[in-house]
Write a new protein. Structure first.
Lengths: 191, 90
């Protein structure tokens, strides 16, 4: 019991800090009397003990940033031009770049699956972004290419097309040449 | 005008834009809403024009004519006469 009291004392002050931090929600709880004095000098450590577990989020015990929740990406709030710059850097850095729904291993859309299949048939390596994970990029690529749909294939930094176009180019053999050029040869200026 | 279906209006506009089209047809793939369409157009205007540009031209036409917003999906098959002959054979 004694060690429990010590622990309660130790954590009570952080519970009080928590109360200052998210005041409204905390003080509306039944044990708010503890936090409202704010000094950590409460005479009822038992309640403080309860408080820690009822009200304080567990992350309060994490001591290092490494353990705090991480977002998958930090694009929130980025303005549009930053997104367009990001896309431009993608398509410039990767000779064959595919924006798709899902991943090459598990496409989440029939059209994306078709393009992945074609690229695999061509035996080329390509980079891809799953736009379902990045809503900003999903909207961004539509603006970047002035093209309304996903998937979008880029070769040598230039927009090639969506599923139908890639399929047509594949069937006519043009895609092969295009991808070969992407593998090193000088690409001719084309429209 | 507004009583005709989206498909009819798309065909009208495309025919007007490509008067020399030998083939201009549309297939409705939707389940009743009429907004999921496949357009086939054959015209020598497309000779030497990359497929991407053909698609863009037709997409832009749809935007200009105010049909874009009503469409859910428009699949475009835009061929030259020569390509169309080959497609029909194949």
């Amino acid at each position: 019991m004694f060690s429990r009291l010590i622990f309660a004392r130790g954590t009570r002050s952080s519970a009080a800090r928590q109360a200052n931090y998210s005041g409204q929600r905390f003080t509306s709880r039944p044990f708010s009397v503890l936090s409202s004095n704010g000094t950590g000098q409460s005479s009822t450590p038992h309640f403080a003990w309860a408080n820690v577990f009822l009200n304080a989020p567990h992350r309060q015990f994490s001591s290092h940033d490494d353990f705090s929740p991480k977002k998958k990406h930090n694009l929130d709030g980025s303005d549009e031009s930053a997104i367009l710059d990001l896309i431009e850097s993608h398509v410039k850095a990767n000779r064959i770049m595919l924006y798709m729904k899902g991943s090459p291993a598990q496409p989440m859309c029939g059209f994306s699956a078709t393009v992945v299949q074609i690229l695999k048939n061509q035996g080329v390596d390509f980079a891809s972004v799953n736009v379902l994970d990045y809503p900003e990029v999903r909207e961004g690529v539509k603006k970047y290419a002035q093209w309304p749909t996903i998937p979008q294939l880029y070769v040598d930094g230039e927009f090639v097309g969506g599923c139908d176009i890639v399929k047509d180019l594949h069937e006519s053999g043009e895609l092969k040449d295009l991808l070969k050029e992407a593998n090193g040869e000088e690409k001719q200026e084309g429209n | 005008m507004s009583s005709s279906s989206i498909a009819d209006r798309v065909v009208d506009e495309v025919k007007k834009h490509y008067p020399n089209a030998s083939e201009c047809s549309i297939i409705d793939h939707s389940d009743g809403c009429g907004a999921k369409l496949e357009l086939t157009i054959v015209s020598d205007t497309f000779e030497g024009m990359p497929i991407l540009k053909r698609h863009r031209e037709i997409n832009n036409l749809m935007k200009e004519k105010g049909l874009w917003e009503e469409l859910h999906a428009l699949q475009i098959c835009a061929w030259t006469e020569k390509q169309w002959e080959e497609k029909k054979k194949g």
